[in-house]
Design a protein around this ligand. Structure first.
Ligand SMILES: Cc1cc2nc3c(=O)[nH]c(=O)nc-3n(C[C@H](O)[C@H](O)[C@H](O)COP(=O)(O)O)c2cc1C
Length: 333
């Protein structure tokens, strides 16, 4: 392995000791949102070394250069100081677990990962948003950190959503939407497409319609779907319970007739009665139908997600969950 020592530049000014509160300074640094990277190199005996770092920054286009900084307390400080190359991998929104792994004390951070090899045999992680193989050009003393500047010898990138780190927490990027044109107001409802309620109900109506169309295409109605999936989750329900659950969770009214039709088709059977109410249960054929309905719903859910990538779907679910929670709090106060 060739080891090219990079120039080490010592700090010119004498160290200034301040009485800043470290916690508060750390919080102030944390207000700067960054991406998340994994920086790797090879140790003196060729061992794979890597850690999570958000101190990465691009430096120069010509020559192409990047920098990052490593705590002097790092177990791998000497490996990075003495290795001639390092690689920086920019993580995508779905790689939070990888970031956690490379910041943790696990015995082998690379275990089970398929690796490419860069210059000097340094480990290169495939499947990142971007990666830069670098020749170590300079090292600067930076207080309790060492700043490494590398000259890029190879790089690659792909269109993905980045993993974000802010205030000590992981996050995702939400592109700002430009405000819609003023004339897009719906005259009848007096709601514009910028209104949250309009957007939520419009999205609900359209996504639900996609599922209903798919169900009808397979010979099912939305009402049948509602009854079978409600009963499928419980071991026997009486009619008022089915109606109450449907209205509460789906805003859909169910008629007693539909239950009778499903009984006649052999998908439900009426069993024992308590307090004069007959419990309705799925037959084995009914259970098969529920599985078919779940498959239909899953396939139309995949269609509805369309061009959203997994991180956007995750974000949407998170926001809808919070919206549901705050609507619930408002309703119960
Ligand atoms: C999001 C995130 C960013 C981090 N950034 C850095 C960094 O830029 N420099 C650093 O020295 N440690 C950073 N760390 C901490 C190291 O990843 C962590 O201390 C790791 O255990 C160091 O491993 P090592 O001692 O094997 O080098 C970061 C951790 C996380 C979770």
């Amino acid at each position: 392995m060739t080891t090219q020592m990079a120039t080490t530049i010592e700090a010119r000014s004498s160290a200034v000791t301040t009485s800043f509160d470290k916690r508060s300074l750390r919080d102030a640094f944390g207000s700067f949102a960054t991406g998340v990277t994994i920086v790797t190199t090879a140790g003196p005996t060729g061992a794979d070394i890597g850690l999570t770092a958000n101190s990465f920054s691009s430096v120069s286009l010509d020559p192409p250069m990047v920098l990052w900084s490593l705590a002097r307390t790092s177990a791998n400080i000497d490996a990075f100081r003495n290795s001639g190359h390092f690689a920086v991998h920019i993580l995508s929104a779905d790689q939070e677990a990888l970031s956690g792994r490379f910041a943790s004390k696990v015995a082998d951070r690379f275990e089970g990962l398929a690796l490419d090899r860069g210059p000097d045999g340094i480990p290169m992680l495939p499947d990142c948003m971007a990666r830069f193989a670098c020749k170590l050009a300079y090292q600067y003393e930076g207080g309790d950190h060492v700043i490494f500047v590398g000259e890029i010898v190879d790089f690659g990138h792909s269109a993905r959503k980045p993993l974000v780190f802010h205030g000590g927490r992981y996050g995702m990027l939400l592109p700002k939407q430009s405000a819609p044109a003023a004339d897009s107001a719906d005259a009848l409802s007096n709601l514009s497409s910028d209104d949250l309620l309009y957007q939520v109900s419009n999205a609900y109506f359209r996504t639900r319609q996609a599922v209903v169309d798919e169900l009808e295409h397979h010979g099912w109605t939305a009402e049948e779907y509602a009854v079978l999936s409600i009963i499928g989750r419980e071991d026997g329900l009486c009619m008022p319970e089915i109606v109450a659950r449907s209205e509460k969770f789906r805003g859909q009214t169910i008629s007693a007739e539909i239950v009778q039709k499903l009984v006649a088709r052999g998908l439900l059977h009426e069993g024992d009665s308590t307090d004069g109410q007959t419990k309705v249960r799925l037959t084995s054929e009914g259970r098969l139908s529920v599985m078919e309905l779940i498959a239909i719903r899953k396939s139309s859910e995949a269609d509805v997600q369309g061009s959203l990538d997994p991180s956007e779907v995750q974000l949407l679910k998170h926001l809808l969950g919070r919206l549901e929670h705050s609507a619930h709090v408002v309703a119960s106060t």
